[in-house]
Write a protein of this length. Structure first.
Length: 228
């Protein structure tokens, strides 16, 4: 499958998810809402990003968004729907560095290097909460929130599939050493990506994280010149 098709498939998924959320939201009645929905959603995203799903209450959300509980439910449905819409906003905004890296770089090695360095930049941005909403947003949840954890786990599986597809394309193009194992290499990249999110959340400096990326890329199984 071509990388461009993979990117398109994910874009379709994002659009479909957002459309489903809007379609499933309760019908709003009475006066039109008097707040900026996009700004409110951005505030919710940042709060979920900073605290995680379980630790964020509806009261926390309404205070951060500057709206009342009835307005929240009327505009977004409920906390779970709001969270998933915030996740989609993150993926198509702050988190879009991953899709760009995997689709725009001409080689698999360049794509993975760009992906990991993009992660360091995004996860350590002083203007945003540290870490990654997809990785850290729903790690420990109550039983009744298992669907939220599963939804983020599915997003991570999709991201892993995209990394695997890019590495597979590189192998097919003859970029990797003959003995390179695509699955093992994919696991290394994804584990590094998730580890960067955790270490960034813990306050590790961007310089230190970049050194980790450099060390990981030293292990990249490049095909030696002249080999077949």
């Amino acid at each position: 499958m071509k990388i461009e098709m993979i990117a398109l498939f994910r874009q379709v998924n994002y659009v479909s998810l957002t459309m489903n959320q809007v379609a499933n939201s309760p019908k709003r009645r009475g006066r039109p809402r008097s707040f900026d929905r996009d700004a409110a959603l951005d505030s919710a995203m940042r709060l979920f990003w900073r605290r995680g799903y379980e630790a964020t209450s509806v009261n926390d959300l309404t205070e951060a968004m500057g709206i009342t509980p009835p307005s929240l439910y009327g505009a977004f449905g409920d906390k779970k729907r709001l969270f998933m819409e915030a996740v989609t906003r993150y993926q198509t905004g702050r988190g879009c560095f991953a899709a760009k890296a995997l689709t725009e770089e001409p080689t698999a090695e360049g794509a993975i290097r760009c992906l990991l360095h993009g992660a360091v930049k995004s996860f350590s941005n002083p203007s945003d909460p540290r870490g990654c909403l997809i990785v850290l947003g729903a790690i420990n949840c109550a039983v009744e929130s298992n669907d939220v954890m599963n939804a983020l786990a599915e997003r991570r599986r999709m991201a892993e599939s995209a990394v695997r597809a890019r590495i597979t394309a590189g192998a097919a193009a003859g970029e990797l050493a003959p003995n390179a194992d695509v699955d093992t290499l994919t696991g290394l990249v994804v584990t590094t990506l998730y580890g960067l999110a955790i270490r960034a959340r813990d306050g590790v400096s961007p310089a230190s994280l970049r050194k980790t990326v450099a060390q990981v890329m030293e292990a990249w199984p490049r095909r030696k010149v002249g080999t077949r």
